[in-house]
Design a protein around this ligand. Sequence first.
Ligand code: ZN
Length: 507
Amino acid sequence: MKEQSKHEELLHGYIGILSKIQHYREMAGLAHWDMATYAPKEGKGIRSEAIGTLSTEAFKMSVSKEIERLLTELSKEEHFNILPEKYQKSIEKDIKHLEKFQKIPEDQYRDYVILTSKAQNVWEKAKADNDFNTFEPYLEKIVDFNQRMAELLGYEGHPYNALIDRFEEGMTVKKLDTTFSELKEGIQTILRKIQKSSKTPNKRLESVNLPVEKQKILSELVLTKIGYDFDAGRLDESVHPFTIGLNPKDVRVTTRYQENFFKTALFGTIHEGGHGMYEQNIPMELFNTSVGSAASTGMHESQSRFWENVVGRSEAFWKGLLPEFQALFQEEVQDITLEEMVEYINLVEPSTIRVEADELTYSLHIILRYELEKDLIEGKISVKDLPKLWNEKMKEIIGIEPKDNREGVLQDIHWAGGMIGYFPTYALGNLYSVQLTEALKKDIGDFSSHIENQNFALIKEWMVKKVHHRGNLRTAEELIEEITGERLSVKPYLSYLDDKYKKVYQY
Ligand code: ZN
């Protein structure tokens, strides 16, 4: 009886701390969402500090003496062995986190959160002014902190391994080098075939303006169709679209409307919707444990890429949606044909801007950033040389050169936010998305006709069951193998791309 009540007390204490951490993170997340959507411009500096305080408190709790005591007790055989799997896995994850992050001094952590929050505002202005120099000292501090953090966290092999592990557990430079070189070569081969092709896709839609109000209707319509739950979610606008899962019952996505370029909002919305559905379908029974989140950032990205590209840019999807699109925009583009639409949304035109990149060259943008980040962390290159190196690499990998830093090194917010080691997950998401599609096709039969008939519930349910419901009980590497029987692989993605562009560009 006594032992039983001690066990209960420990577990109760542990869950209590986890929910307190969740509450702080939820409020920091809400403050961040507000800052990115509706908060007045001048309030952002002070807000950054509030977010810094809330995040630091959550961090302190996650490495506190109290949680250490509870984890030590709960990991003793007599307690651990009688716990359900979700608590066992949660405890293992928290011990790993504790051992690593206890080494990071609290004041440094807080300084860093504030630094990155401010750096994002500095970056925003620097980008608008095309002025790398004002951003440079901030980025230097951020790189410096990340280098020190890699040493504190510890790693085998390359220091960058310590950083990517935060987003993609178990991923390493060694694996990425192999994967990305195969991916780069494969994409460049397809790109050359396209550039040699004599087919000129129809670009009439490029010069069409679609009113924002109608685009909003389209965004909401498509989100609802694919299964995004508006009773547990919202859709708002922000300069940089994002998804934030405050908890599974309050998930918020944002998008950005451009009257003369409807692809931004539509595909951005579907993309974030994919992220949003992952967050909405993390099972409540895993909530408030450390396995109640996505398997990895790359797996998260697989969900957004799946809906955006595999589904949203497919011919089958537009066979189903086109009549509704025509009805909505009958004054603007009523006579648009299926062929025109499919060609337009699958145009391949190397661009200097990652977020405007076509599906084919997108991963090349990621590989460029990966190569630079890796060298920065290793100390092989320095921040001040970045603008030049960026432009050279872009020429080498994608074949074009940015006209200024605004469309070069200053284009992304990630480094300002301290997210070094994050970019590779975008390309991994592409690879996972197609591996998952292959497995899905085996289970549900005629994939294309389900999409054409807008039978999205069936597809979503498969993703929920196979991916979302697993939370973080498996790493992405384990999960992809569990679902598909294969490890991370470039081949399915490359043949998916080749099949698609062969049709569009008739090579
Ligand atoms: Zn994404």
